[in-house]
Design a protein around this ligand. Structure first.
Ligand code: FE2
Ligand code: FE2
Length: 184
């Protein structure tokens, strides 16, 4: 079976490349470069977060206990990343360009620092746990959803049907359920 994590890792690689470009443009305060890169990051992050949250909703509803702390944290960080990118975009296209440099530099700094931490934690802790925890029928379901997302048929509201689809109750072994993911 194809990996459900591989497409997420590819997005991370793309986000890291863009983050490096944004850092370089910001050092020189190259405004057109910053604008273009911030927009590309927003587009990439939006698509990535949709994919990732489809998986996280599923795993949250299906396998995690109610007191899990990691999941809400990840969702909050996603919202934070998107709102920082949106704020940055607004600043960079603002009419009062002379006053924005300090604020734009600070927003970029917070954005990149937060993103760095988020990607590293997902790769070291979250993805390995997901890969281990999700059973094959659910992996099939997730791969299918990725397919419809890439075809542009996916929108944010489609995350919930993914959860209800999963109620077909695939065979989940007891060992998977008690694998301690709630300590993640
Ligand atoms: Fe994420
Ligand atoms: Fe991610």
């Amino acid at each position: 079976m194809k990996s459900i994590i591989e497409p997420l890792l590819r997005d991370h690689a793309k986000l890291r490349t863009l983050a490096g470009e944004l850092r370089a443009h910001t050092e020189r305060f190259d405004l057109p470069g910053m604008r273009q890169t911030a927009q590309a990051m927003l587009d990439t992050a939006r698509a990535h977060i949709l994919k990732e949250e489809a998986v996280l909703y599923l795993i949250g509803m299906k396998f995690l206990k109610a007191n899990n702390k990691k999941l809400p944290e990840l969702f909050k960080e996603h919202d934070q990343t998107l709102s920082r990118l949106q704020n940055l975009g607004q600043l960079l296209f603002s009419a009062r360009l002379t006053n924005i440099e300090d604020q734009a530099r600070q927003t970029v700094f917070m954005l990149l620092e937060g993103l760095d931490h988020h990607l590293a934690e997902e790769e070291s802790v979250v993805f390995p746990a997901l890969d281990k925890l999700i059973d094959d029928p659910h992996k099939e379901l997730i791969l299918h959803r990725y397919g419809t997302m890439d075809g542009g048929e996916f929108d944010e509201l489609d995350r919930m049907p993914l959860v209800s689809l999963s109620d077909e109750e695939p065979h989940t072994s007891g060992s998977v359920r008690s694998s301690g993911f709630d300590t993640l």
